[in-house]
Design a protein around this ligand. Structure first.
Ligand code: 9MG
Length: 287
């Protein structure tokens, strides 16, 4: 049994867990600004959205205060703290769910952990100064995501000799850095970072070979929901990418993902449960 201890809550990674996306940003690519009223974050609106996702079957809510879409403008630390912490506090008080905080900032890692966050999701894989130590002290699980460059420049002609080897080498380096500050392997989750410094071909290649990353022995998280890789194949606007997103969820689960990060929770939960049922079939027919 693989149990991931997320603060006071535990996640059973024998079942695939669905992480619902909650953007406390005015400018994220899909649902940016949804929880803003007159340029002010509405904590009530964010809390209500989290409650809906929980009811639909999400076991993790991932709260982010900085858009990491390609070319996004960076926000100040204070802005990120102001966006994320009130939402963490409200959800921790009101809902029985694991709170993941999507941040690279050591101050936010520490503050969120003290308010009841249960997981850290860092697209910069704890590379910012102080992040490793803050994460170590938090005692929380950490998702290390692969990216080359920064959200501002990552899509400027990303290139790899062998993308699987490079992603694995990146994880090796970050896992070692974590070990050096006392973050044990049991606390780590790995994520290839779909859409982060990747062309459409890179994304498709990685998804089709996800089992090679699964062999590293760490729980895998994938985030493909509504991303440009869906548009790259289907040529759909962001609000018409549900079917494409669900296809990627099914494939990711078949190939070993243990956590899927999604916007459309209810539909994704159905796909996850259906895919798991197929994967668990025992070969015994009643004929
Ligand atoms: C914050 N964020 C946006 N996309 C993501 C992805 O694919 N993985 C993770 N871990 N975080 C993401």
């Amino acid at each position: 049994m693989t149990i991931l201890q997320c603060g006071s809550r535990a996640l059973d990674l024998e079942r695939v867990q669905v992480m619902g996306i909650l953007n406390a940003t005015p400018d994220s690519f899909s649902d940016g600004g949804k929880h803003f009223r007159h340029h002010q974050l509405s904590v009530e609106s964010a809390l209500a959205r989290a409650a809906v996702m929980l009811k639909e079957g999400a076991s993790i809510i991932d709260i982010g205060g900085e858009s990491t879409r390609p070319g996004a403008v960076r926000v100040s630390l204070q802005e990120e703290l102001d966006r994320v912490l009130p939402v963490v506090e409200a959800i921790a008080k009101e809902l029985d769910v694991v709170i993941s905080v999507d941040t690279s900032q050591p101050e936010l890692i520490s503050e969120a952990a003290s308010l009841g966050a249960g997981m850290i999701n860092d697209v910069r894989a704890l590379c910012l100064p102080g992040a490793l130590h803050a994460a170590a002290e938090s005692q929380l699980p950490i998702c290390l995501m692969h990216m080359k460059g920064t959200p501002q420049d990552m899509q400027n002609a990303p290139a790899y000799n062998n993308i699987i080897d490079e992603v694995i080498a990146f994880f090796d380096t970050r896992i070692k850095a974590c070990a050096e500050v006392g973050i044990s392997a049991e606390r780590l989750i790995l994520d290839p970072g779909f859409g982060f410094a990747k062309t459409l071909e890179h994304n498709l290649f990685l998804l089709n070979r996800l089992e090679q990353l699964d062999r590293l022995g760490y729980p895998l998280l994938t985030g493909t929901s509504r991303k440009s890789m869906i548009a790259g194949v289907l040529d759909r606007e962001v609000d018409k990418r549900l079917s494409g997103s669900l296809a990627t969820v099914a494939i990711a689960v078949m190939k070993g993902a243990k956590i899927v990060r999604v916007h459309d929770v209810s539909e994704s939960v159905d796909v996850v449960r259906m895919t798991e049922a197929v994967m668990r079939e025992s070969g015994e027919s009643d004929e």
